[in-house]
Design a protein around this ligand. Structure first.
Ligand code: PHE
Length: 524
């Protein structure tokens, strides 16, 4: 606070607000103290102390310093799991010890005591710690126990100490550095710094001593009493200080993901597309068959797709059943040979939780085959996936189609580039790919995140005649399906995708309302 108040009070005398006076008297008696300590001792609100301290600093009566004194630690997402089950490297060497000191990687996998990710992490750390060695025997990797850690490690002690909840780093005493080592590993412990403001009286304030008591009273509000009593003549009125730091207040707001969804929807609307919605519970017919995915396609199996138990079946649209059947069996009128198998209406009647929003756009297309069609949807899809830091079983896709007389792959690339550009992401590239329903097909990759990594965000392509003809569509249809959560991870700089759905208030509050500007600033 260096700005001088040149339009300041007319009088030269010392002017103090009663709150300022109270704080000064406390400080000159007891010495430097933090906002929180002053608030406690003077029975004032911490925000009021902060404000008054800034004014006092302006009057050269106190000095306010920022100290980072306190670091708080708490268990992260994985940390909570490890505190219960043990670190992956511990569980790995425990297993090796139990079975005689040696195991093939495939045995460890088969044992099921560690997930695929945990095996990877466990091997890295057990090796780093000198506990194991990896030997190649032919095609197999064999893990050999070199040194079994009988005692708990410092890291393990830290996990136990943090199990009871958040505490200060300093309170971990000799284990503080082990805690800092753990914080370098993703999602185990979270260390947050706390800034403390310390206020100390200046020499001038100390010299003034009792003089402080006779300061002219500053008031912040003109009341009827001040006017009628004439006391307004004696007091000084405080002025506004718009740059004084205050405690943040958190008003109601939308969840960051909702804000991002709105932004994505607005972007497509600005680009001339209309929003459509479709059912979450979908016929396999629309989710797969209409998209020319053969009935024995691996994606249709139980372990990728959630099938409904009750009701388990619906009725595929009679209007399209025959043309779709023939396309699968021998290509029908599409010029294709089809897949050459016997198509089953039973299979197409099954109800699934939609695995992609392409089910929604194809449904729409079947009822709207006059050009032009320009629609999008941003909605939920479900996949039978094991949830981890980068996978969710319930997620959102940004889907769209454009059908018109003479559109081509160039237009499709243009649309996708333009979309990301409008979100502030200017590096987009396409790689040839495969989907049963598009030809050509491509993967969309964008340059994202703090460390500028090419990240796969979805797929696109032009619907094959095997998809469009059976629905009576005569013109090319450009189609795309992009991931929302991966984009969100980059925009909000998250290391764990589950964070988006944890409803951790401190995270939700910490995302700036104008994050879109934050996202686009990163590009420069
Ligand atoms: N449906 C595909 C997916 O879920 C994405 C996609 C949509 C690909 C449209 C091509 C065309 O990954």
């Amino acid at each position: 606070m260096t700005k001088k108040m040149d339009d300041g009070p007319l009088r030269d005398e010392l002017i103090l607000h009663p709150i300022e006076k109270r704080i000064l008297l406390f400080l000159t008696k007891s010495g430097p103290a933090s906002f929180a300590a002053i608030a406690e001792k003077t029975a004032l609100d911490e925000g009021a102390v902060a404000k008054a301290a800034q004014w006092l600093a302006l009057k050269n009566l106190v000095k306010v310093e920022e100290n980072i004194t306190d670091k708080k630690v708490e268990l992260g997402y994985e940390g909570k799991i490890y505190a219960e089950k043990g670190l992956p490297e511990r569980r790995l060497v425990d297993f090796l010890e139990k079975i005689g000191g040696e195991a093939e990687l495939s045995d460890i996998r088969a044992s099921g005591i560690l997930s695929e990710d945990e095996i990877r992490i466990g091997v890295i750390w057990a090796k780093k710690n000198g506990w194991i060695e990896i030997i190649r025997k032919g095609d197999e990797a064999v893990l050999e126990l070199k040194k079994y850690p009988k005692e708990r490690t410092e890291e393990e002690i830290v996990l136990q100490l943090l199990k009871a909840g958040q505490r200060s780093l300093a309170s971990l005493g000799p284990y503080a550095s082990a805690c800092e080592r753990l914080s370098k590993r993703p999602n185990i412990v979270k260390i947050t710094e706390e800034v403390i403001h310390v206020v100390s009286p200046t020499d001038m304030a100390i010299r003034m001593g009792d003089e402080l008591l006779s300061a002219i009273e500053e008031v912040s509000q003109l009341t009827p009493e001040l006017i009628s009593s004439g006391k307004w003549r004696e007091v000084a009125f405080s002025r506004y200080n718009l740059s004084a730091p205050v405690k943040p207040t958190y008003s109601a707001r939308l969840h960051p993901l909702t804000m991002l969804i709105d932004m994505v929807k607005e972007t497509f609307v600005e680009m001339g597309f209309e929003e459509v919605r479709g059912p979450l519970v979908e016929l396999a017919f629309w989710n797969f068959d209409a998209l020319f995915q053969p009935q024995d396609h691996p994606a249709r199996e139980m372990h990728d797709t959630f099938y409904l138990a009750n009701p388990s079946k619906g009725i595929p649209p009679a209007k399209f059943v025959d043309s779709v059947r023939r396309t699968h069996e021998d290509g029908g009128d599409t010029g294709s040979k089809g897949w050459g198998y016997k198509w089953s209406i039973e299979e197409a009647s099954k109800l699934v939780l939609r695995t992609h929003t392409t089910a929604t756009t194809i449904r729409y297309l079947s009822e709207h085959n006059e050009p032009p069609v320009r629609v999008f949807t941003v909605d939920r899809v479900y996949r039978n996936e094991k949830v981890d830091w980068k996978h969710l079983a319930e997620l959102h896709q940004i889907e769209g189609i454009l059908m018109d007389r003479s559109v081509s792959l160039r237009h499709l690339m243009g649309i996708i580039k333009e979309f990301y550009m409008r979100l502030g992401i200017s590096n987009v590239r396409f790689r040839p790919s495969y989907f049963p329903y598009t030809e050509p097909s491509a993967e969309v990759e964008v340059l994202l995140g703090e460390n500028n990594k090419w990240t796969e965000l979805g797929g696109m392509g032009i619907f094959r005649p095997e998809v469009t003809r059976p629905l009576g569509v005569k013109y090319p249809v450009l189609a795309w399906g992009l991931g929302l959560e991966r984009l969100a991870m980059a925009v909000f700089n998250l290391k764990d995708i589950r964070e988006l759905y944890r409803n951790d208030l401190s995270w939700i509050r910490s995302v700036p309302i104008n994050f879109s500007k934050v996202a686009s600033r990163r590009r420069d």
